[in-house]
Write a protein that binds this ligand. Structure first.
Ligand SMILES: Nc1ncnc2c1ncn2[C@@H]1O[C@H](COP(=O)(O)OP(=O)(O)OP(=O)(O)O)[C@@H](O)[C@H]1O
Length: 741
């Protein structure tokens, strides 16, 4: 049974800290639910849009059957009234939205009555339509026709994914209203790759000419490029500027670009700032964006627990929420944390994923390199199960791969995992995500609210989980101070995965296992005890060690992930909670299954003091090959050149090879002793060793004679003399390689 949140709603125009600034506060039932009307109106027709094709005439089918409350919040009740074509669009599939969300009910009338707006509303509360509807309506209402090279509105988004998502909604809306297609301006198009950014921009301009777009939607970099380098786009008639995710757009990273864009736009325009986290620096952001007298709209979520509510499957543990408290995350979202050591995080994550095998989840990591590493590892770990689809998304991927990953993740209805950086933290609207997992807490604390907001959208239930170490647990109080209700993950959620019980072959490992060969010697299987119930979780690190020894790609990805993690951790804006000095760099290296520590300044004074067990000299790291044959061939070529050139690197490679060879021979001798029934640990006297050597020589001579008399083949001779490996010509011991670090 669903949890009901009774809404108290009020609209209050109160003086804010800013002079002459109005604040509209709405305590609202959350996202996707009915809003209390800010304005009411009858559904009159609107003046036609000048440049566009004729409007489609469709009536709003929803308003007549709605209850009184719904009627008040119906889009058809907005004052000044919306165009019939917009109403038809909203009431038709796939939208079927008869009523407004609180943020829409408040913002649309304000915008349409020529106010600048500064809007903060929780994630998934419908902010996109809260700005797209007035943008389109304003263009439809224009009395003077826009010329083909003129635009009426500009929407800026911080990421390409978000720009495309907003563009898709806007495109549908424009089509429904008989308007020209908007223009999407984002970087990373294939054109850009092949022909350079100049031709990519001219491609955009050609598109613009062809479409005669009234609305531009894009990321700041590309928009600036198009507006500053060419004057094909006339912005003199621009009426509306929208900065979606305004706090990040007005942040340092985009500052110069944004100032350059703003300087080209007319001063007489409406500006809208939208985000789920932006109220703290209202004044600064308003001044920066050129707003003069904005109305601050703050749609707060007020949670009132209904006694009769039973926990639901989607939000099973939210009964602890206190009545009437405001919170920064949707009321349908339950936030959890789990505290565990760094080197247990991955095992717990794997168990968690298996436990939620039918669901769709997004996992956030600290860096692009971490996403690359964990997606490679998780895919490999899951191969025998063939259950999940893992998609990676981060800023260093080429645009095509980013788009494809997003597309596949959207399409998959269940058992899908998106591994990403904060590039997917803001704005992405994938309705059926049931869990967001923060494997690493975000560097920017405001990202937390955006990350968790990828679930529990538009009134749906959802959950989030953040992994912390014991030293980072102050983050929990920090979140509570920021009005994020968060509780410990119940132990039932981190218990052993079902396949351990089922006898499935995915994860069958015994408690402890040690073995003798070089690969296995570093593999020791252990189990992780779940803190409360005593349930066990298989430790996946030994398996990953094996992968590392098999495929250089995993080794290199792990090393890159480790170094990038350390550098990103140092940048934590909550440095008083995520203290670099407290980060256990040794255990961190174990968590990435490193064989040796990389050379980096952060480790310079710490080597030897860290809690890290490097792989012994018997493991020749240079000999670990890439499974990918082409990459391996290229590496071998590089190595040969390096060895031929001599130098420091070559010397080190050779020294490591010699050490590994020495260990290999020692091992062979031990095995020979055991085969002869002797104790390999017992020290033998000089004379005994001489007798052994004579025995060996006599054996070799006998073999040589047999070969000469054709009693054994050359292969047989090699096998008996040198053992299985060398007889087959396995050149592993001759391999050498560059240091992964
Ligand atoms: N009036 C409405 N009724 C029902 N659902 C709606 C309504 N308006 C928007 N939605 C749906 O709500 C979901 C979230 O909307 P949207 O992406 O605009 O949220 P947002 O507030 O911008 O979130 P974020 O802060 O994460 O960017 C979308 O799937 C959208 O289609």
């Amino acid at each position: 049974m669903g949890k009901k949140n009774k809404a108290t709603s009020e609209e209050a125009l109160a003086p804010s800290s800013m002079k002459k600034q109005k604040t509209t506060s709405v305590q609202a039932e959350p996202e996707g639910s009915n809003a209390t009307a800010a304005s009411r109106a009858t559904n009159n027709g609107a003046p036609p849009h000048k440049k566009a094709k004729p409007h489609r005439k469709r009536s709003n089918s929803n308003s007549s059957n709605a209850g009184q409350h719904d009627v008040a919040n119906a889009f058809s009740a907005v004052q000044p009234p919306l165009s019939p074509s917009i109403l038809s669009f909203l009431s038709a599939p796939p939208y079927n939205f008869p009523t407004m969300t609180p943020v829409q009910a408040t913002t649309i009338p304000l915008f349409l009555t020529h106010h600048d707006v500064f809007v903060r509303a929780v994630t998934g509360s419908g902010k996109t339509l809260a700005f797209l509807i007035p943008v389109v309506e304003m263009i439809l209402r224009r009395t003077a026709l826009l010329r083909p090279n003129q635009i009426g509105a500009l929407v800026l988004e911080p990421t390409r994914e978000l720009a495309r998502q907003t563009y898709n909604v806007c495109k549908d809306l424009c089509a429904a209203c008989g308007m020209n297609e908007p223009l999407l301006l984002v970087g990373g198009t294939s054109n850009e790759k092949t022909k350079g950014s100049v031709s990519a921009t001219s491609h955009d301009l050609q598109q613009f000419q062809r479409l005669a777009s009234d609305i531009l939607i894009g990321t700041p970099g590309r928009v600036e490029d198009v507006l500053t380098r060419y004057d094909n786009i006339d912005v003199s008639e621009l009426e509306v500027l929208i900065l979606d995710e305004s706090d990040v757009l007005l942040d340092m990273g985009f500052e110069v670009t944004l100032t350059s864009i703003l300087s080209r736009l007319p001063r007489m325009r409406r500006t809208g700032l939208f985000s789920a986290t932006n109220t703290t620096e209202v004044k600064r952001l308003c001044v920066k964006s050129g707003m003069r007298n904005p109305v601050v709209v703050d749609v707060a979520v007020s949670v009132i627990q209904n006694k009769d509510d039973a926990p639901t499957k989607a939000a099973p543990h939210d009964s602890k929420r206190s009545d009437g408290k405001q919170q920064a995350t949707p009321s349908t979202l339950t936030n959890y944390y789990v505290i565990c050591p760094l080197d247990e995080k991955l095992s717990r994550l794997v168990s968690f994923i298996h436990q939620h095998s039918n669901e769709k989840m997004i996992i956030f990591f600290l860096t692009c390199a971490c996403v690359e590493y964990y997606s490679a590892v998780l895919k490999e770990l899951d191969l025998p199960c063939k259950g999940f689809e893992y998609e990676a998304l981060h800023g260093k991927l080429v645009q095509k791969r980013r788009e494809k990953a997003m597309e596949r993740f959207r399409e998959k209805k269940s058992s899908a995992v998106l591994l990403c950086t904060d590039v997917a933290a803001r704005g992405l609207d994938v309705p059926d995500v049931s869990w967001t997992i923060q494997f690493d807490a975000p560097v920017d604390p405001s990202s937390y609210v955006h990350r968790v907001g990828r679930s529990a959208r538009a009134g749906r239930f959802g959950n989030s989980l953040v992994f912390l170490t014991r030293k980072e647990d102050a983050y929990i109080d920090f979140l509570k101070l920021r009005k994020v209700p968060v509780m410990e993950l119940p132990d039932s959620e981190v218990c052993k995965p079902p396949n351990m019980e089922d006898g499935d072959d995915c994860e069958q490992k015994k408690n402890k296992q040690t073995s003798v060969d070089a690969e296995e010697s570093v593999v020791e299987q252990r189990i992780i005890q779940s803190s409360v119930s005593g349930a066990t979780i298989p430790d996946v690190l030994p398996k990953i060690r094996k992968m590392v020894l098999r495929d250089r790609d995993i080794l290199e990805k792990g090393t890159k992930a480790y170094t990038s993690y350390i550098r990103a951790y140092k940048e934590h804006q909550c440095g008083f909670i995520f203290r670099f000095a407290s980060l256990d760099l040794g255990v961190l290296a174990t968590s990435f299954s490193l064989l040796r520590l990389p050379k980096m300044p952060e480790l310079r004074d710490k080597l030897g003091k860290l809690n890290f067990q490097a792989a012994g000299p018997e493991i020749n790291i240079h000999a670990i090959p890439f499974i990918d044959k082409h990459r391996e061939a290229a590496r071998q070529k590089r190595l040969a050149a390096e060895l031929a050139a001599g130098g420091k690197n070559a010397k080190q490679i050779k020294a490591e090879e010699r050490a590994a060879e020495r260990i290999r021979k020692q091992k062979e001798r031990r095995q020979a002793e055991i085969a002869k029934g002797r104790n390999p640990n017992k020290k033998r006297g000089k004379q005994a060793r001489i007798f052994d050597e004579w025995d060996d020589l006599a054996k070799e001579e006998r073999l040589w004679k047999k070969l000469k008399m054709n009693k054994i083949s050359k292969e047989e001779y090699d096998r008996l003399m040198y053992g299985e490996t060398n007889a087959k010509g396995d050149g592993e011991s001759d391999d050498s390689g560059d240091d992964s670090s």
